[in-house]
Write a protein that binds this ligand. Sequence first.
Ligand code: NAP
Length: 251
Amino acid sequence: MRYDGQVAVVTGGSRGIGRAIAEKLAAGGASVVIAYAGNDKAAEETVQSCRKLSEGSEASIICVKADVSNEDDVAALFEKAMEINGRVDIIVNCAGITKDGLVLRMSTEDFDKVLKVNLYGAFFCSRRASQIMLKQRYGRIITISSIVGLRGNAGQTNYSASKAGVIGMTKSMAKELAGRNITVNAVAPGMIATDMTSVLPDKVKDEMTRTIPMGRPGTAEEVAEAVAFFAGKESSYVTGQVLAVDGGMAV
Ligand code: NAP
């Protein structure tokens, strides 16, 4: 897959799945704007690895600290992307957090925070990206959902609501934007080995792994492959879809 001359904004691009996506797009020749919350060191490492992967191409690779749950930060993020590159062809909404707990004890604050980052963040970025893409008459909007958004999960009422929310949003935006050559799709990973899942107790990880037909967690790179397809020109007639990348977990 090649993205030469194209510009991608990847939120949550400093670590985990977002980093693998940024690297995949950079390796394909895209200019990449990596948005992150606060881990400067991780963001800089991703910039360096992306630059190495895109050596020989004209691509520019930068990182921007931007809290996707903050509208002003999102406006500044896209302003920077436009200032440097003059266009945005691909937005990957990958920034995400968890604040797990049983619904009986879940605070409004924990519900709110997860919805603000995972759902509002994807909305703020998609809205701004779609305004730019409409003028270009081209765009690819991809949001990282989760199989938890399809099936639910005990202890993740807030997270599953946010991940189900982005699926509804993806389908609605796909219908609105299809006529303008902008596709909107979602990827729903299962259990992927990243910082997010590394904090789970081993017992929980083992139990979850037993429910995966492939018998192992996925890698961030395996999720990035699915995103790469939706991000490419080749997926021009695919919109409003949710692709599970989960080793068969949700089947
Ligand atoms: P991760 O390793 O914890 O990385 C999270 C990324 O999101 C980091 O780049 C972080 O930036 C960024 N981020 C967090 N809050 C942000 C905010 N308010 N504004 C901007 N950026 C923010 O997570 P991951 O496992 O790669 O997950 C990536 C996405 O995949 C998430 O949407 C997650 O829900 C989804 N997902 C993950 C799994 C899994 O098993 N890992 C499964 C299904 C879906 P900093 O580095 O600056 O903190």
